[in-house]
Write a protein that binds this ligand. Sequence first.
Ligand SMILES: C[S@@+](CC[C@H](N)C(=O)[O-])C[C@H]1O[C@@H](n2cnc3c(N)ncnc32)[C@H](O)[C@@H]1O
Length: 275
Amino acid sequence: MSEAITRHYGSAGLASRVVEALRAFEGPDVPITPEGLAPFDHFHGCGLAGTKDVAKWLAPRPGERLLDIGSGIGGPARWFAAKYGVQVTGVDLTPEFCAAAETLNAMTGLADRVRILEGSALALPLPDGAYDAAYSQNVIMNIADKPLFCREAFRMLRPGGRLALSNLCAGPGGEPYFPVPWATTRDASFLESPESMRANLAAAGFEIVEFRDVTPELVDAQRRVRDRGENRKVPPIAVDIIMGERAPEMRLNSLRTIEDGRAIAIEALARRPEQ
Ligand SMILES: C[S@@+](CC[C@H](N)C(=O)[O-])C[C@H]1O[C@@H](n2cnc3c(N)ncnc32)[C@H](O)[C@@H]1O
C-alpha cells in the first residue's frame, strides 16, 4: 500500500520546480523565504490559509518542539520554524518529497531548525513524549490504519501536548472521483466518517478540543482556483507544481468530490491529557 502512495506523489526535480515558480512570478533575484515559497509548497486544499488555521489552534511558543506528520516538501514546517521560532521535525513516506524538503530547508537557511526524516506515520522513528505539539495536514486520507495513526501521534506528545489535524472525511455521496490530489486510484485513498475520526482520537486517549466542518471554506478556495482557468498571469499552486500535468484533472475531481457530498473537510484540535 505504501508503494501506491509514494508512486502517486513522487517525481524528480521538485525543489527546482518550486524555486522556478517563485522566480517566474517574483523575479530572478527574489529572496527564497518560507513566506515567498508558501503559495507553492503548502500542499493541501486551503494552502497557506489552512496552515494559518493550524497555527491559530496550536499557538506555538518560541523554542517549542513541533512534529509535522506527513510533512510533504516541507512548506508548513519551514513556515512554522521561521514565523514562531520553533524547532520542527517533519516525517514523510515519499523519498522525493523528503529530498525536496531538505534542499528547500538549506536554500531558506533553516536546515538547523527543520529536520526531515523519511518514515511512516504508523511507526514514527522518534522517542515517546518528545514534542510539545504536532500537526498533520491532509495525510490521514492516505492511511488505512487510522487507530494506529492516532496512537502514534499520542505517543509523540508530552502530557498536555496539542495535535492539530486537517483531514478529508467520507461524505454520504459515495467514493471520490479518481484521480484526486491525494490518490490516483482507490488503492491509496481511505476516507473515514467524521464520527469515526472523533472515535479514533478519543480511543487513542486524546481530549477533543475543537472539531469543525470547514467544507464551505474548502469549496470556495477550490472554486477560486478553478475559475482562474488557464490564466498564465496567476501563479500556479502547490498541487500544480507537485502533480504536474495530472493536476488540472485532480483539482476538478477534488472539487466535484466535495460538491457532491463525497468528502467532508474537517479541522480538529486535540490534546493529550496532563495525567
Ligand atoms: C497531500 S500531501 C500533504 C503534505 C503536507 N502535509 C502539506 O500539507 O504540505 C500528503 C503527504 O502525506 C504523506 N504520507 C502519506 N502516507 C503517509 C504515511 N503513512 N506516513 C508518512 N507520510 C505519509 C505523503 O507522502 C505526502 O507527503
